[in-house]
Write a protein that binds this ligand. Structure first.
Ligand SMILES: Cc1ncc(COP(=O)(O)O)c(C=O)c1O
Length: 493
């Protein structure tokens, strides 16, 4: 059921994208195990055909959204900020709309709609488990997002946790109130694996927390090798798949990873849910993440105190009314992504990333950020600085003058940005299912113009955030009377 992919898979885009004949600088063999897709990606036909049509990429809501520019024009939005939050898959939005009439209580009602919703929630666990190749006895706990899932797991770890300094704050900070160590990642993957081997051998460690794909550079560590190293030392591994799961197959059973955490809003399912998937034993005995209804078998009162018998996982950690729409959305995303996550989506995104990296490399003053010289693979995320132009100004000008959405800041990875950019802000471009060659070329041309001649409009900086001056754009298209603040993300600063 499993194969090991050792080179970039070429997709439909490769015939048209310059630079896509070679995978983007993989100097090391990728060893991430990729599961053979469970779902057939082609429609069986009785008519012999010369070539089979590639599986189409699933549609996203909002593609081509018209957005205003400061010069009065309206252009289709180039959303190159999918690593922050991705728009919904059409299949996800449709599924949520189809479920809404049934929306009702979960696990609490005898009514027909309640039973439907309960079944949808429990079915969603199975779909998510299948999508990430969970073992038969693994448990799926629905959470709010990756941060929530990691904090939940932190309460269940029976010992010390180790992580690297390249992590997103979610993976760095979840363990802060527990026994934990943070190690500086060396400059190569080989040295990083060696460091982990030494550290885990030297000190008993219950859990190694590691990113599936960096939210700053997109780089992917060889998770199979990391699991082998950790398990040899008696250490479990949690994979932060927030950035990996939307772009590559995650296979728990084949890779040996013990826990996976992910966010629906990065998996094209932005309905407020995330998930923790993994081994049951720690979760079954841990203190419930939240105390309350739904997490218990029974409750009594004796000697003026509440006495409780807690349910096992997953319900033990899902007190309160569950987000059935969020869980259903993640499951719908898993169904829609399953046929394309092994080959079609990675091929599409690799080709675009190669084009992006190639384009940016030709711009004087643009400096790309990379952690490792030998990362075996990389999802389509690229961060860079532009000499003499603040990252916030670049991002604001890309939006205001070109209708391009990117992220600027330190990406909730302050220790990493301190290393890679001296603590300065950077610009991050992230691609996905609906990104086109035109989007990438437009971004490269716009960055070139800004890096060479500066922005064309006037901007002012207030409290570290840049705004066009004047800004004639309608920033309240939904007519809510909302006061739009200056762009930018607090987390990045
Ligand atoms: C690698 C990584 N881990 C964790 C997170 C946290 O995800 P969330 O904000 O959905 O909890 C992010 C968010 O950007 C991320 O990129």
């Amino acid at each position: 059921m499993s194969d090991v992919r050792t080179q970039a898979v070429r997709g439909p885009l490769c015939t048209e994208a310059p630079g896509c004949t070679a995978a983007e600088e993989p100097t090391r063999t990728a060893t991430t195990t990729i599961r053979a897709t469970a779902t057939s990606t082609t429609t069986p036909t009785t008519t012999p055909t010369r070539t089979q049509a590639p599986t189409p990429l699933p549609e996203l809501v909002g593609t081509g959204l018209p957005v205003p520019l400061v010069d009065g024009r309206t252009v289709p939005y180039a959303n190159l900020d999918l690593a922050a939050s991705a728009p919904a898959l059409r299949a996800v939005a449709d599924h949520v709309a189809e479920l809404l009439p049934y929306y009702s209580s979960v696990h609490r009602g005898a009514g027909y709609a309640s039973q439907v919703c309960t079944s949808v929630l429990e079915g969603a666990r199975e779909t998510v488990a299948r999508f990430v190749g969970a073992r038969a006895d693994d448990v799926v706990v629905f959470t709010r997002n990756t941060t929530d899932a990691l904090n939940l797991l932190a309460g269940a770890v029976p010992g010390a946790t180790l992580c690297l300094d390249v992590e997103h704050h979610a993976t760095l900070l979840a363990w802060r109130d527990t026994d934990h160590r943070v190690l500086r990642a060396p400059d190569t993957v080989d040295e990083t694996l060696e460091l982990l081997r030494d550290a885990l051998t030297a000190e008993p460690t219950a859990l190694l927390a590691v990113t599936g794909a960096s939210n700053v550079t997109g780089e992917i560590l060889p998770i199979d090798e990391i699991c082998a190293i950790a398990h040899a030392a008696g250490t479990r591994v949690v994979l932060d798949a927030a950035q990996l799961a939307p772009h590559r197959r995650v296979d728990i059973a084949a890779s040996g990873v013990d826990y996976v955490v992910l966010s629906g809003h990065k998996l094209y399912a932005p309905y407020g849910a995330g998930a923790l998937i993994g081994r049951r034993d720690w979760l079954d005995v841990a203190t419930p993440y939240l105390a309350g209804g739904g997490a218990v078998r029974s409750v009594g009162v004796a000697d003026r105190t509440a006495e409780v018998s807690w349910a096992p996982a997953p319900h033990r950690h899902e007190a309160g009314t569950p987000n059935v729409l969020g869980a259903a959305a993640i499951a719908a995303a898993c169904r829609a992504l399953d046929p394309v996550i092994d080959e079609v989506a990675p091929a599409h995104e690799r080709a675009l990333l190669a084009r992006l990296v190639d384009g940016l490399s030709g711009i004087t003053g643009v400096r790309p950020l990379r952690i490792w010289a030998d990362a075996p693979d990389r999802v389509a995320v690229a961060s860079f600085t532009v000499a003499d132009v603040p990252a916030g100004l670049v991002a604001t000008a890309l939006s205001a003058e070109h209708g391009i959405g990117v992220r600027d800041g330190r990406f909730c990875a302050h220790p990493l940005l301190a290393r890679l950019a001296g603590g300065a802000d950077a610009v991050r471009v992230s691609l996905g299912l609906n990104t086109t060659v035109e989007d990438v070329d437009g971004l490269v041309a716009a960055v070139r113009a800004i890096a060479t001649s500066g922005p064309e409009w006037d901007y002012r900086e207030v409290d570290g955030r840049w705004t066009p001056t004047p800004d004639p754009r309608d920033l309240d298209p939904l007519r809510l009377g909302a006061v739009a603040g200056p762009g930018g993300a607090a987390c990045g600063h």
